[in-house]
Design a protein around this ligand. Sequence first.
Ligand code: SAM
Length: 197
Amino acid sequence: MQDFWNKRYSDKNYAYGIEPNNFFREQIGKLQPGKLLLPGEGEGRNAVYAAKRGWDVTAVDFSVKAQIKANTLAAEHDVKIQYIISNLIQAEIPEEKFDAAAFIYVHLSNEDAEKVLPKVIAALKPGGTFFMECYSEKQLGRKSGGPKDINRLYTIPQIRKLLAGLKISKLVEVEVPLQEGEFHQGKGMVIRAVGLK
Ligand SMILES: C[S@@+](CC[C@H](N)C(=O)[O-])C[C@H]1O[C@@H](n2cnc3c(N)ncnc32)[C@H](O)[C@@H]1O
């Protein structure tokens, strides 16, 4: 998988653009800046947006190509982000450190998601906010982006189970218009969730 992502990011263009995801922009705008964890952050579009608004951002991703592009984007915007190269499955993420964590289009197998999401939740301080936008199983067969493997797409019951431990304030499956770089284009079926620890 690492090779897949390094290859995708080897183009000079940003695969998902340099603007933040819409749901990310909306949710981060509701919070007071603090420490933000971005697992699977890719080329840094969300990280840089948040850093420019005063967030202390830690991104974790296993793609070195993504890290280079994220750091370039951060430098262009005159902000700094911390970018850790690690596989989320093995990553040791400090507990109760972050005020918020956002999981944006990170498509893990069911088995891996069961290892990673509890770590992300553990990394939040009590009172911290988690939010996510990822493709749902109903995205399968659409050409607007996402994995072609149903085991890497999410369902509402699965997310509800993965977010046990949070007080969920939003959990919906919706169709959204996507215009994010080359790879998220068109109407996508996504799950959006927000929860408080
Ligand atoms: C579709 S991209 C989304 C990137 C970013 N969140 C965004 O919205 O622009 C998925 C990202 O997850 C990362 N990723 C997938 N599986 C991972 C894993 N097991 N460990 C670390 N990173 C992973 C990939 O390298 C890739 O950058």
